[in-house]
Design a protein around this ligand. Structure first.
Ligand code: KG4
Ligand code: ZN
Length: 336
């Protein structure tokens, strides 16, 4: 089954053709990041406009690269939630038009489910059940996947998402948007014991996360140093901060693995590109006899190949939509 998938939930316009949920026939991503960088973050109105301008060309290129025409397709899939509402609407309306005119089934896909599905492309042997840490710019979840479309949230952030925590601290340290990757690179050359930072926990909810206090601690360190005229070693601060965020992620994820007994651990989302998170989880899984699955680095950020992968399993579960489909800015991953 060949699915044309479309993604426009944030600042990448993407289209891909994926066969049977696992084989990527083409994948095109047009990023807007350079433009949003000027403002230090995504400007929703600009994102919507750029999606509208790019979507026709991006979809056409995805079909061309796969050497397919509309009549070769079996379905159209689209990210419909969660994300920036104006941005999502561009993809959803385009997909609805295509589905109607080409008489193809329409498959709505939840953005975080598609991040998890990036692992089905990279790891052909991976099948549910498993435990997944979903870490993106807007969400931080520990998810139990009992099958491809039955997902349960075991833990989540109470305030900032992991990616947001990296981006906000990186911005305070003077790095360009999105700062997560810059912080990760700088941290490689720093001393992670140079600064003492908290490892916040949430009272009564040991699988939940809280990152806002950690971010504030870094901002305070930067302010105090500035007031005293002291030079901060940013590589040391980046390393100490990255270690604190990763310690919290690893601590809760392994606790969830202990509690549920899952031996297959999966990571997904933009922050799953983080070098320390990957190393730490690899080492922990090797030590405790678990298997870690990670998406290829090219699939950690937003793309449509992952949407096509999840769409296949949503289709098999009977999850299709008609012309009533609407975009949703917020919707739980467990609701589909
Ligand atoms: O999943 P994603 O591409 O978009 C959302 O759905 O939000 O995640 C983007 C987030 C950004 O916050 C970005 O800074 C972060 O992923 N990120 C990283 C790294 N690469 C991307 N954070 C830490 N280390 C990285 N290497
Ligand atoms: Zn994403």
């Amino acid at each position: 089954m060949k699915i044309l998938a479309i993604e426009s939930s944030c600042d990448e316009t993407a289209a891909a053709v994926v066969e049977n949920g696992r084989r990527v026939l083409s994948s095109v991503v047009a990023t807007q990041v350079e433009e949003h960088k000027l403002y230090g973050g995504v400007v929703p109105e600009i994102a919507s406009r750029r999606h509208s301008e790019s979507i026709v060309g991006v979809v056409r290129e995805a079909l061309e690269r796969a050497s397919l025409s509309l009549s070769d397709l079996d379905a159209v899939a689209v990210t419909y939630a969660p994300g920036l509402i104006g941005a999502l609407l561009v993809g959803v309306n385009f997909a609805k038009g295509l589905s109607l005119s080409a008489n193809l089934p329409l498959i709505p896909v939840h953005h975080l489910r598609s991040h998890i599905a990036s692992n089905y492309i990279t790891n052909p042997e991976l099948e549910p059940p498993f435990l997944c840490l979903v870490v993106s710019g807007g969400h931080t979840h520990i998810i139990e996947a009992t099958d491809y479309t039955t997902l349960r949230i075991l833990g989540k952030t109470r305030d900032d998402a992991a990616g947001e925590a990296f981006d906000k601290a990186a911005r305070a340290m003077g790095m360009p948007y999105p700062g997560g990757i810059h912080m990760d690179k700088l941290a490689e050359s720093g001393n992670d014991r140079a600064f003492t930072l908290p490892r916040p926990t949430v009272d009564g909810a040991p699988l939940d996360f809280s990152f806002s206090g950690l971010k504030t601690a870094v901002i305070n360190i930067l302010h105090n140093a500035k007031q005293k005229g002291v030079e901060i070693n940013t590589a040391d601060l980046a390393a100490s901060y990255r270690k604190a965020v990763v310690d919290c992620l690893v601590r809760n994820f392994l606790r969830a693995a202990d509690e549920t007994g899952h031996k297959k651990l999966v990571i997904a989302g933009g922050v799953s590109a983080n070098a320390l998170l990957r190393r730490r989880l690899q080492a922990e899984c090797a030590r405790t006899g678990r298997t870690l699955y990670m998406p290829d680095l090219s699939l950690t950020g937003d793309n449509a190949a992952m949407v096509g992968a999840q769409a296949y399993y949503e289709y098999l579960a009977g999850h299709t939509a008609g012309m009533e489909l609407n975009a949703c800015a917020q919707r739980g991953i467990d609701l589909g």
